[in-house]
Ligand binder design. Structure first.
Ligand code: FMN
Length: 392
């Protein structure tokens, strides 16, 4: 029998009573303590720690080389918490505008706010003005204190709205300015500063190895490389060869990014490229377990199989975290699509999720899903992310 995910005993107020009483939402830590175990996730997050230089950063990454990538519109505090419980060594904020910070937007600051159970985070900044980076780095240091693990500079975003202003991947055309930005952050951050780059800007013109060397000379303590040209956006296959070439070009740790969609790929990219760490982006959609599964693969072990009850429980836990961290509940609609991928009658359930607005509606849907899955006997384990069935 599966416990209804909306109403686990001893797990705080029932969905209905929350709505009826208009009670305060439980804190994120309470949500994790009550609901993460049903999803096969530990309720506590292991701190990443603080590195003073590239060598110490390499040591921290060696303990656990799997990171949750920055994803605009996705990697909010709830998402980061799920990834950390799922075994990510560290999770990045989405890219945070240094201009937004300069002009004092509270919404901008919120993007970089870790909610209580997050012991530390990687903050990614974007912009093009060294002085604004300096100000943002100082502000992060002051506001986040020990919870700031590192500052990463976005030199990878391909979106024209960003690159038109010389930000994101456009910085790869100007290594001198990019170096000044790294140094400006280093002056104020009090933590290691890293950069995230693309293979290059336009198809066929690979800039990454030389550019990475210039960023290392400027003081960057690690380089994350997304193996696609900016002109490719997210299309085509990521080239892991460029990750190897950057590994050969620099002494600081290299973090591989691009098409790391399964635990197998996460383990393989390390052995094939010599990268110190791997950054999981779209592979974490509906699959917070991918990080610990990747560690199983590294250790030569078979990762556990998750059944539908755990997937639905993970969705419900994630939805609760959205509410507990004050995020807009519309985000739970895309979460539903991701967590329920491959499920029997997925399109029906997706359609239902698209009509939900409140936490209570999402939880009621989750309860219905649990009942439907139990009724249909759809308890077979499914390898998340592949849809591959492990048994009958
Ligand atoms: C929805 C979405 C938002 C993203 N936002 C950011 C971002 O804010 N900063 C960044 O450096 N990369 C961003 N990326 C790129 C990812 O971090 C990653 O490098 C890329 O998706 C390649 O990995 P994948 O092929 O495994 O998804 C984003 C990717 C996606 C899919």
């Amino acid at each position: 029998m599966t416990e209804p995910v909306g109403r686990q005993p001893g797990a705080g107020p029932a969905a209905g009573s929350e709505r009826a009483a208009g009670a305060a939402r439980p804190a994120p830590a309470e949500v994790l303590a009550a609901y993460a175990p049903a999803a096969g996730l530990p309720a506590r997050v292991v701190p990443f720690g603080r590195a003073r230089d590239a060598r110490e950063l390499r040591d921290l990454l060696a303990r656990n080389p799997f990171l949750m990538a920055p994803m605009a519109g996705v990697s909010d505090s709830a998402y980061r918490l799920m990834a950390r419980c799922g075994g990510a060594a560290l999770a990045y904020t989405e890219m945070v505008s240094v201009a937004g910070i300069h002009y004092g937007g509270d919404k901008t600051w919120e993007l970089a706010w870790p909610h209580d159970p997050e012991p530390d985070i990687a903050v990614q900044l974007f912009g093009s003005k060294p002085d604004q980076f300096r100000e943002a780095a100082a502000g992060m240091r002051e506001r986040l204190g020990n919870r700031l693990a590192l500052i990463d500079i976005n030199m990878a975003c391909p979106v024209p709205k960003v690159t038109r202003k010389g930000e994101g991947s456009a910085l790869m055309d100007d290594p001198a300015l990019s170096a000044r930005i790294v140094r400006a952050c280093l002056d104020e951050a009090g933590v290691v500063v890293t950069v995230k780059i693309r293979r290059g800007r336009v198809d066929g013109v690979e800039l990454a190895p030389e550019f990475a060397r210039a960023m290392e000379d400027a003081g960057a303590c690690a380089v994350a490389v997304h193996g696609r040209y900016a002109s490719q956006y997210y299309r085509g296959q990521a080239d892991w060869g460029v990750v190897s070439r950057v590994v050969d070009a620099v002494d600081v740790p290299v973090i591989a990014s691009g098409d790391i969609l399964t635990p197998q790929a996460a383990a393989r990219v390390l052995s094939e490229t010599g990268a110190t760490a791997a950054m999981v982006a779209r592979g974490s959609y509906g699959n917070p377990w991918i990080f610990s599964d990747a560690r199983c693969m590294l250790a030569g072990e078979e990762p556990p199989v998750r059944d539908w009850a755990q997937r639905v429980a993970a969705f419900a836990c994630h939805a609760r975290l959205l509410a507990a961290t004050g995020a807009h509940m519309a985000r739970a609609r895309s979460l539903a699509t991701w967590y329920l991928r491959g499920m029997p009658e997925a399109s029906h359930w997706r359609g239902r999720a698209m009509r939900c607005d409140t936490l209570e509606e999402f939880l009621a849907l989750a309860d219905e899903l649990q009942a439907a899955m139990a009724g249909a006997g759809a308890c077979a384990g499914v390898r998340v992310g592949t849809g591959e069935r492990s048994d009958a």
